[in-house]
Design a protein around this ligand. Structure first.
Ligand code: URA
Length: 205
């Protein structure tokens, strides 16, 4: 089975799972979307209003900014896969609770296992904490972290959440710099011989 097929199967399974704690208040499951063969996975926090209505991640204002940030790194949305820590919208857009994050983590873990990414870009502190517990985003943002995740080496770039950048110009400037700097490191991190994702990109800085 291809990764595409495996992810679809997992999505079907998730759609039927009534034990997911945020399901009742949500309109649609936001499983994730993007290039299922990508070596780069972006993990956000949870769906907002637009995402809940459309069933797709990062399609609101924060998503528009994310598109621009990806371009600063020499990427684009269709070259990465994007998902979240929780896949149903928390009521009133509140932060996901620890037990909610736990309830969805078995699916996020499977998404990661299927995609088998070399690079994980975390967006905000909830996804960062999954890979880098006990750090402060203000101290580690934008830095390359070599992490062993389920017995496999993966590079994690903890980035500010784009919604935080929309609220604060200083964070936005920092985040833009972080994405530009990450873009310089990506070609050597990824095996560019069999990953045309990076080689085919023009560098837009
Ligand atoms: N914010 C997130 O963290 N994820 C989304 O999908 C949209 C906004």
């Amino acid at each position: 089975m291809s990764k595409f097929e495996k992810l679809h199967k997992l999505k079907d399974q998730m759609e039927k799972d009534d034990s997911l704690s945020l399901k009742k208040g949500a309109t649609k499951l936001v499983f994730g979307s993007g290039n299922t063969e990508s070596k780069i996975l972006c993990v956000g926090e949870g769906p907002g209003r637009q995402e809940d209505l459309q069933g797709l991640p990062f399609v609101g204002q924060a998503g528009k900014l994310l598109d621009k940030l990806l371009i600063l790194a020499g990427l684009e949305r269709k070259k990465v896969f994007i998902t979240n820590v929780v896949h149903h919208r928390p009521p009133e857009n509140r932060d996901p609770l620890p037990e909610e994050i736990t309830s969805y983590s078995k699916y996020l873990d499977q998404i990661i296992n299927i995609l088998n990414p070399n690079v994980i870009i975390t967006l905000g502190r909830f996804s960062m904490t999954k890979f880098l517990p006990n750090v402060f985003i203000s101290q580690v943002h934008g830095k390359k972290h070599d992490v062993i995740w389920q017995n496999k080496n993966v590079v994690v770039f903890p980035m500010y959440h784009p919604a935080a950048s929309l609220r604060n110009g200083n964070i936005l400037r920092q985040e833009q710099t972080d994405f530009v700097e990450m873009g310089k490191l990506l070609p050597e991190i990824l095996d560019t011989k069999d990953d045309k994702v990076i080689l085919e990109q023009e560098t837009l800085v």
